[in-house]
Structures are given as structure tokens and as C-alpha cells.
Design a protein around this ligand. Sequence first.
Ligand code: ARG
Length: 707
Amino acid sequence: MAVARGAHVDGSTSLDMDQITSQLSTLGLSNLPTFPGVQLYPEYNPIDVHRSYIIEQIHKSTGVEPAIINQAVAWTQDLKHGDLVLPVPALRQKGTKPDELAQKIANEFECPLVKKPTADKTFVRFFFEPGPLASLTLKYILNQKDAYGFNPHLGREQPGDLQSKQKKLIVEYSSPNIAKEFHTGHLRSTIIGGFLVKLYTAAGWDAVSMNYLGDWGKQYGMLSQGFEKYGSEEQLQKDPIKHLNEVYVKINNDNSEEQKPAKKLAEKKDELEKTKTPPKPKKPAKGQEAPPEPPKWTDEQEQELQSVTAELEKVQAELVAKPSIDEKARQFFKRMVESDKDALRNWEKFRNLSIEAYKEMYSRLNIAFDDYSGESTVKNEDMDKTASILEQKGISEDSKGAVIVDLAKHGAPKLGKTLVKKRDGTSLYLTRDIAANYERFEKYAFDKMIYVIASQQDVHVAQFFKILSLMGPPYKDAVEKCEHVTFGMVKDPKGQTMSTRKGTVVSLADSLDAAKEFMHNVMKKNEDKYAQVADPEGTADTLAISAIMVQDYSGKMINNYNFDMERMTSFEGDTGPYLQYSHARVCSMERKAGIPRSQLLSADFSLITAKEGVELIRSLAQWPDVFLNTYRTREPVTVLTYLFKMTHLLSSCYDAKDYENKNAKTMSVMYAESEEKKRALMGLYDAARQVLGNGMRLLGLTPVERM
Ligand code: ARG
């Protein structure tokens, strides 16, 4: 599936400036004004053409610097309030009353692209002339096609010069754990990370997709044992992710069973120790009574504590001597760390088979990774180097044979104490993240790196970022180029947390398949249409994935949401299937009308005068600005909100009525009064399809032509 790469490296899809100039000259406008220090992109963005003239006019009336004017002129969320708006106070003019200045700007304003502006208190509202806007905007869209809205300058070292170097971005996302289920948290990371890569690519960055697999640690010693006991080579080949997870769950159960007595004793010991030395009571608030003294610690209790401790030590020693599953796992992992070939053989097979299976899932989501790194690929020598820097600089300290960093001592009390090396010398999740960060910088010399990791790990990320910055240059410089994009949890339809124990965790493969089946059944209901879909299975899959992704994108990333199959697969409301339906509907209309796309560009778009059509064009003109805004917010919901608004305007065009002319459906291609009008209308619908498709592809959706 081809994913639109918005930005063509050579910029060949931008609109030729000559075309724009000749278009403008028909309106009596000569050269497009440009201003030093103001970066506009009229060759990509029709609104920037309008902006240029608006800046010129405001400058003429006020003398304010063009750069300040450019910053002040804002786009509007709602077209009711204008296509662009100037909040006059943002011009920072002392000594003049904003409402008077607004009036002056409005009165003196003159430009054939913009209606006479209205001064609304301290705002000046600009409404574009529909005729010129229509011809200009639709020409941009029909010319630039898949690239319309995107801007390859933003990711250049020198914006404005497409010959200058592309900046390098690493996005680390998805990062599942090989032994465990690929759960909805990983799904969210995958979807959001995939979106960020597409967003930055469309902005001209050179973006690398990196997966950081959870493929290292004692649990792989556990998994290997489990496989010896419960594994089946056949099932491993068939569905490695599922099978390894089953094996892991079984061996974990055995392990918990085996550890039960020790766990009970440890709990008892803990409880007794707390009774012996209770936490200091807080000072009572004024007027409140002091809490009663805790009861005295008795000799009997002391005896009990000692016997529990002795019993626990005995049980623990027995477990090690046995050796227990846990101890065997520890030993096995130690051999892996020491590069013991036998120990690594199975692990390597598990890893490779899992990656193959992941790749298949990712391609369903329009995602491909450039780099499958993982916790296992972090080099021992780099972790050793990190450890010695931490020690030399007095950042880490010894704690009962282990090494810790007390971040409270280094200006970050909220981040607490954290372990960086275990007593047996093996590394930890955190240690690996510290070393991996700089390894990546050495490998890629990135300008920016984004970690897409769930909010449950906010503290973990803040800790390793902080430790890297304490380490000083060059580690500090690298980590300063890093960002954490965090996101909320996926809950069940009732808003409850999903957990493996409750059996409510929806695994990725299962939920994709369930949604696919659901969509397939919906499609079958319309027999005629169904018969015309070339690949119904494939289409059902595409629709299902759209449903899941759009649901994920529907709020800000940090919000939790409920995984609700019923709602997300509905064709009504703001859902993925609704967007697909809107796209397919235009495609179907185009097939019926049978006008070749190449003939649309030369249509006379000033024939589109119905209110609904004009509104749609205004909305289509906004898309490049929406993209720019998304580049700032980096929230997929920014794109989604726009697409729903735009598709609603599109759908009102289908029913548009012209009461004066008693023409029942004034925007119908089929019933258009002339061939010219027909072409103009078809051009508009095609442009809407194009923008919808561009937005959907940016979100990682594959627009369908039939459904
Ligand atoms: N494998 C981890 C997990 O599933 C996520 C890894 C996130 N990335 C990182 N650099 N720590 O919890």
C-alpha cells in the first residue's frame, strides 16, 4: 500500500509561481508581495497568497513590521468568524485605541482577493472573495494532488531552501515485549508513532522508525525453561506471538505456585517489621487530637519476627538449592549475558519469529520499521562506560552491594531513588535505556528523537532523561534533543482497566480480526455493492483498522479512552467507517460521471456559487494551515477534527438546494445545467476527495474507493 509521502524531495509538486502570478494578474494584482524575515509558502498554501496581501495592506495602514503582523494574523477554528482574523492588540501598538485602529485598517483595506473587512471591536475579520478563492484553491489541489497541504521546507536545516539538508528524526515506538502479549498500550504507541513519522516526513524531515523490543532480561530465562516444558515447535511456527505468550503464562503460574510459601513469609515479615517500627505519625492539625500512641512491641512479637525471618531464609535457600524456576531463569539469563551460544539459540529463534509476525501486523497498519533494535542490542561496554561515569561524577552510590542514583540529591526530589545495577551485576531496564540513548545518537546523529511511551512510564522516562543530563556532555547534549510523547490508557467499554488476569485484555491480533469480521458482516448486508467490491476481505480489514485508529485519535493523546467495538465500527458519528464512506461516495460519483480527472483542472470554478459549495472550498483552502497547526500540536485529533468538519460540509453539498432557481439539487453533478458546470462541480468533489485522502493517509489510514 502506497503511503503518500507529502513532500517530494525536489519540491516538484509545489505550484509553479508563474501559474499563481498569471492567475493573480487576471484580478489586476501584480507581483506577490514578499517581506524579509517573514517565511510564507505561497507555492504550497493558497492562504499564504491571501496572507501576503493582507500583511501588505495592514502594514500600509499601520506601519507595523510585517513579521509582527504575520504572527498576529490568525486562522479561525470556525469559518463563521472569518477566513483569517487580526486581533489588533497583537500588533502591540501603544498609544492608539485598538478598536479605532481596527476601524482604520478595515476602512483603508483594498484587495480583490478579500472582501471589505469588518471591524468587530478590536478584531478585524477577513472573508475571502469566493470566486478567486475557488479558482486558486482548486487549482492548487488538483495540481499538487497527494502533496497538497504538506510542506517539505519545515524539516530542512534552512527552511526556504530545499537543497539544504533534511533534519534527522528518530521515532521510537511500538516496542512490544517478545514473551508477553502485544497489548493495547503497544497498539497505541504503534498508531501514534506511525502518525508522527508520517507527519514529520510530510514536513520534510528524514524520519527513522525504530522499534525497541523488550527482548532481554530474566524473563527470557523463564521463557526458555517454559518452552522446554510446554513448547511446541509446530505452534511456535504457526503463531509465535500467541504461543510464546501461552508458554510464558504457564511457566509464570508454575513459578508463582513455587514461590507461594516464600511470598507468604515475606509478607508476614514485612507486616511485623511495620508494627515494630511504625511510620512516624504526622503532626496533628490545629484543634485536632494527637493520634493514640502505637501499642508496645512485645517479646512474643520479637520472637515471632525472628522465627519468620529464619524460616524465610531457609525457604529461600532451599529455592536456590533446588534450583527453583526463578533461580534457573536467573542462571540462564546470566549465561545469555555472557554470550553462551546454547543459551542464546532458542532466544534468537523466538526473537526472529516474533519479528516476522510483528511485521505482518504492522503492515496491516501501514507501518514499517527501519530499525529493529531492542534491549538485547544495548552493548555491555556502553553500560559499563555509563556506570563508570555515574560513579566518577558522584552521581551514583553504593547501596548494600547494589548501585543506586538518588535523584533527590540531584535536584529532582519527585524522581526519587532508582536502581542502576543489581547486586549480581546484571543491568536493568533503566540502565539499558541510558546506554541506548547515546548509542543511537552515535549511530544516527539525530536532530531530534521522540520516545512514544505510555504515561505509566512517565517516571521511568523522566529518570533516565535526568540521569543522562547529569552525566554532562556529550550525553547531556544528546538527551536535550529528546522528547517523550506520552499517552493515556485504553480501557474496556465500561471504562474499567483491562488486565490479563480479568481476561479483558484485548490482544492486537484478536481485536483486528474481530473488527474485521464485524465490518465484513456490515458490508454483506448490501448485496449489490458487495458484489462489486473486488477484495471484500481486504476492504473489511482496511475499514476495521480505520475504525480502530480513528477511535484512538478521537481525543488528545494523554486522555484515556474506552475500546468500544460497537461504537467505533458504526457508520454514523465521527468514526473511521464514516470517513471511508465519505471517500468512497465521491469515488462512486466520479465513476458515474465519467469525466477524466485531467479535464477537471481547466474547469471554470467561479460557476460554483451555492453557499454550501463556497463553504466547502473555504474549508479545503484551510488544509495546509491545518497541517501546519498539527505540526505544532502533534495531536492527530487536530487533523481528525478538521476532516470531520470538512466531510460534513461535503455532505451538505449533496443536498444543497437553490430555492430561487427552483433547481432541486443545485450541486448535483448528474443534474448540472451545463457541461461546464458539471466539470466545475466534479472538480470540487474531486478536490474534496483529494484533501480527505491526504488527511487520512497522514493519519495512517488507507482510503477505499468502494465499500
Ligand atoms: N518494552 C517496553 C514495555 O512494553 C516499552 C519500551 C519503551 N521504550 C523505552 N525506550 N523504554 O513496557
